[in-house]
Ligand binder design. Sequence first.
Ligand SMILES: Nc1ncnc2c1ncn2[C@@H]1O[C@H](COP(=O)(O)OP(=O)(O)OP(=O)(O)O)[C@@H](O)[C@H]1O
Length: 774
Amino acid sequence: MILDEQSNTEQGFIKGELLYMIFQNKSEHFSIAKIKVHDTNENYKDKEIVVKGYFANLQDATVYCFYGDFEKHAKFGMQYQVKSYETYIPDTKDGLIAYLSSDLFFGIGEKTATKVVDVLGDSAISKILSNDEVLNDIPGLKKEKAELLSKTLQENQGFEHIVVYLSNYGIGLKMAQKIYQEYKDEAIDVLQNDPYQYVFDIEGFGFRTADQIAQQNGLSLTHPNRIGAGCIYVLQKNIQDGHVYLPIDNCIKQVLDLLLNPEQSLTADMVSNRLEDLNKDKTVIMKDGNVYLPSLYYAEDGFASNIKRLMIKPIEQDTSMAELMKIIGDIEESEVLSYGKEQFNAINHSLKSKLMIVTGGPGTGKTTVIKGILKAYAAIHNISTDPTDYDSESDYPFILTAPTGRASKRLTESTGLPAVTIHRLLGWDGRDGFEKNENEQLSGKFLIIDEFSMVDIWLANSLFKAIPDDMQVLLVGDEDQLPSVGPGQVLADLLGSELIPIVSLNEVYRQKEGSKIIQLAHLIKHDTCTEDSLINDKDFSFIPCTEHQMIDVITKVFHKARDKGVELRDIQVLAPMYRSQAGITIINQQLQTLVNPKSSTKREVKTNDVVYRTGDKVLQLVNKPENGVFNGDIGEVVAIFEEDENVDHVEQLVIDFEGKEVVYERKDYVNIMHAYCISIHKSQGSEFPIVIMPVVSSYNRMLRKNLLYTAITRSKKSLIICGQQNAFIRGVSTLDTNRRYTTLPEQLNDRLQDIPIDMYEDEDEKEISPYDFM
Ligand SMILES: Nc1ncnc2c1ncn2[C@@H]1O[C@H](COP(=O)(O)OP(=O)(O)OP(=O)(O)O)[C@@H](O)[C@H]1O
């Protein structure tokens, strides 16, 4: 861009050329560079300055004009923090030749550059930018070189132009990079026509910023784009609280609150009319006084239809009760146990039902029942449960799956059979779809989905459409766990609908082995936990302390554990919130220092205020099925590579997730955090040998029954609660009354009410023992 100094007369600038790069992060385009100062209107006398910021591609021997602010770095002195910049293209013949023959334009030497300037004159750049066919007139300039020259010019000028334009709206270089990557040359058009589009397309672009830009562009407060974007934004935001839809009045109220309406020019009717328009063009779906985002409406609709499709096709099973009893009796003998009545019912009915749910708390024998079902099914059909007895994976009749990597790994460990995540099972294509769907369904005979409480309505829909008509399905889950992170409460809705056969397991078996943890879980489940229940036992202790003492207490527990020779990685701290004196962030900082301190032998990288070093325990925060890692997976930083140490020339962090190594570049660091302490939400579906759980009254509204129940049921061998007993008791007595708006029960009812089902809980045959038949 030819520098238009007029437009920047008020702004401070430093004009200069690149001397050398001090630091460069290519993936994020962040650079720190030493610049030789040519000119400035700032109060700065030195001949050189360090500039830092997000640049597309700073070139040697090219003059730039940087706009920004001075900043004093504690170690490196005065620096110029660049907010925007542009290439200074001299309007002299020599200057233009130097620019065009610089490294920026690959393959153009001084001779060719001179020819270009000779033919096109001092305004060569703007001539090429407005019509690159002018390059055809340059004698001897090959077509490919001409194209490359034009393309490079367009790209650099395009980006810089956008940076300068966006900076007028206070949008920094980093965000400008993201915007440019998304829209390229159309960025300004999009911003001028509908700045709200940025909110939906660019991660981290706030609604308020878009709104401000729209106001600056003169868009009226009642403009349909503004109201429409407000509606979509409100619906999207409510997904974070698990809602599938919003009642229309509630949606309108939230939209009015969002769109701040000081002069009352915006009315509820306007929002309502806008919603009607959005409904007409299917941007939202309105039904029975509710408003949905389409993906959620169709997910509920599709899931309910697929449940019906499966339920109406009965299974062919001609095994007599006597034969079944005999088979189950044989399994009891080989497993050396006797199934309880509920467990027996669960096995018996799962074998006879097309679709069934087994629900129960920890230690009630859900896994034991799964194993029993698989063995009984194999015996009835005279087939093997051993995958090696089958020629190919697709011949194997059993599918075991769970929503997270850790949960599927646990399922493999407890059953001894292969289990995979739902994403892996369906074949996530890495972008927006699954390989398995209604057109290409799963192969197998019996599908078991564990930890079903964690499955949201989107995933449930994707999974169920891929289930063939003749496949038997068993859902297993604990209804008292937290609902899914994503929208919906699929397990709770299925259980509450009473339209699907259910067997509840209530008798606790692990308790019989003397587990205080399991006992406590069931006291909480049945609302009978009191301060007396918190007496220390061999696998349980409660350490009273205040919020201020929490860090000290947790640190002491770690020290003591280390002295006793306990593997520190077996200890997992679980807390409900991030920012608090006893929150996840500060606990992680302290525990990193203790468990994996700074050392000259360990490499580290810093991002924002967090330091990752080799040996750190880290948590994956989002599903990345394409890399085989999922939200909630825990791994260890095993290597850090500098830019010049790998073929990709970018800094890399290698994390080992239980044998699977995944490479992270700087842009991916947002997807991880330290995992010495993790949130209870993130711990769903995982188990840890030793759990430390801080509980203090300042956690306040987070202290809920299902949250605390989920946390304590994560511990396998030992549970240490630190904090205030009264806060804990208050928490386990507080039900989560935040209702999630879902219409799955109605959807199921519409489709299934005429299909007869057996609800199995009170059947007489509970009284029959398999031994009666032996
Ligand atoms: N009928 C039974 N007789 C004796 N022991 C049993 C019986 N059922 C289960 N158990 C034992 O109780 C313990 C818990 O069972 P299991 O692991 O199947 O429960 P779970 O519901 O899957 O637990 P969690 O949800 O905590 O993983 C196991 O050690 C198991 O062997």
